[in-house]
Design a protein around this ligand. Structure first.
Ligand SMILES: *[C@@H]1O[C@H](CO)[C@@H](O)[C@H](O)[C@H]1NC(C)=O
Ligand SMILES: *[C@@H]1O[C@H](CO)[C@@H](O)[C@H](O)[C@H]1NC(C)=O
Length: 410
């Protein structure tokens, strides 16, 4: 038997007057890929004596299967944390206190991987046939019967998931917000509704909505953001409700909220979309020649990038040195300039003093931005001033000519 256990936090599973507490969610019978060896899995050991104050959700995961279960199982080894919240849940048309009871849980792999929303339905605490002599123990807060090992037996009946909790896409590119749902009833469902909304800085708007009813011929789709789509066939037959977005703009950035309603259940997933555009970096000059011992100003321009935060660092390397020295004095930043497409530009100006920077010194501008894996670096060199001799030679030549003319014309 393959088991998975993790200590998890429960929040607000009862009315507000009851304090939130801690609980454990155990996902049982997870289907994992064949190359996962059973020895690497942590078996779940129920407490030796059932305690009515413990809340242990033992959730059977047979149908529907949980996607990417392997990554949850390996979270520990990869030093990733799994976070979870569970609350009580009322499916459409059901009443409080009715049997079975439902809970909704969200399970997230830290670091942006898989995220799941699970609807759990309680199972009878005892197997039929084994008519229990004693009445089962009731969980003290939830007033639900516990199994013999002290757990709340449930099964996963509906899952909405996203493969990745956040993605970064370049400006003008396309994105696929990869989400799906699974439920116990076989496809196709009698009625499916889904909505994708975008929430950004306190304002929200609908991106796309789809509704399919068995009795109607074609699903109705309302597209409110041009260039966005969900494949209705995939949505109805495979539960693939991924949102595809074309030609991304800065205004497409934000939190995308997917709501799927299928049969009695409704659940959500959230995907963060970040737009990134690397800066075009240039230097005002590639060589500096000090004249008359005066300081010179050079600039490093970062153009049309997104988002806002860009870091510009200056360094110099003396001809005799092996380690560059960071320059923080004598630097000034321009204010940001914003373009109609939302991208930004910024320049960093540096005043170079001849006394500190002999010829042969290289001065480097290093630009870091979240769109860049490593900083962009551009360098300029300090050159020897033009030898004064050429000027002297002209003066000398002129003097010689004048002397010559003087002697000839005398
Ligand atoms: C949905 O379909 C797209 C395109 O075929 C695929 O890339 C994606 O992984 C699928 N997602 C799910 C959740 O099935
Ligand atoms: C920075 O400016 C000071 C004077 O304001 C100057 O003495 C110093 O040499 C400058 N540093 C460099 C590296 O140019």
């Amino acid at each position: 038997m393959m088991l998975f256990s993790t200590g998890l936090l429960i929040v607000g599973y009862l009315t507000a007057s009851v304090a939130a507490g801690s609980a454990t969610l155990v996902l049982r019978d997870l289907a994992v890929s064949p190359d996962v060896s059973p020895e690497t899995l942590t078996p779940y050991n129920p407490p030796s004596s059932p305690d009515p104050d413990d809340i242990i959700f033992e959730a059977k995961v047979t149908s529907p299967e949980i996607p990417e279960a392997d990554s949850l199982l390996h979270a520990d080894c990869n030093e990733q944390e799994v976070t979870c919240e569970i609350s009580s849940y009322l499916p459409r048309g059901s009443e409080e206190g009715s049997e079975p009871a439902y809970f909704i849980g969200s399970v997230q792999l830290e670091g942006g991987g898989i995220s799941l929303t699970l609807v759990l339905q309680t199972l009878p605490a005892t197997d039929k046939g084994e008519e229990s002599v004693a009445r089962p123990l009731l969980q003290s807060k939830l007033k639900l019967p516990l199994s013999q090992s002290g757990t709340l037996l449930t099964e996963v009946v509906f899952v909405v998931f996203s493969r990745s909790q956040s993605l970064a896409v370049p400006l003008g590119g396309d994105a696929l917000l990869d989400c799906g749902y699974k439920q116990q009833d076989p496809f196709p469902l009698r009625e499916v509704g889904l909505e994708w909304r975008l929430q950004h800085r306190g304002s929200g708007r609908r991106v796309l909505e789809m509704r399919a009813v068995e009795t109607e011929e074609a699903p109705t789709v309302h597209v409110e953001r041009e260039g966005s789509s969900v494949d209705p066939g995939l949505a109805l037959e495979e539960g693939n409700v991924s949102l595809s977005l074309q030609k991304l703009k800065v205004v497409d950035e934000g939190t995308y909220i997917l709501t799927v309603s299928a049969g009695l259940f409704q659940a959500q997933q959230i995907v963060q979309l970040h737009i990134t555009q690397p800066p075009r970096v240039s230097l005002s000059v590639d060589t500096v020649i000090f004249r008359d011992g005066l300081p010179q100003k050079v600039s490093c321009h970062c153009e049309r990038y997104y988002p806002l935060d860009v870091e510009v660092e200056w360094q110099y390397l003396l001809p005799s040195a092996t380690e560059p020295v960071s320059l923080s004095q004598n630097v000034s930043l321009s204010s940001h300039r914003q373009y109609g497409d939302g991208t930004l530009s910024l320049s960093s100006h540096l005043t170079l003093h001849p006394s500190a920077l002999p010829p042969g010194t290289t001065v480097t501008c290093l630009v870091s931005h979240r769109s860049l894996e490593t900083p962009v670096s551009l360098s300029l060199t300090v050159s020897e001033p033009e030898p004064e001799t050429s000027y002297l030679m002209i003066v000398g030549l002129l003097a010689a000519t004048l002397l010559f003319l003087y002697f000839v014309l005398r």
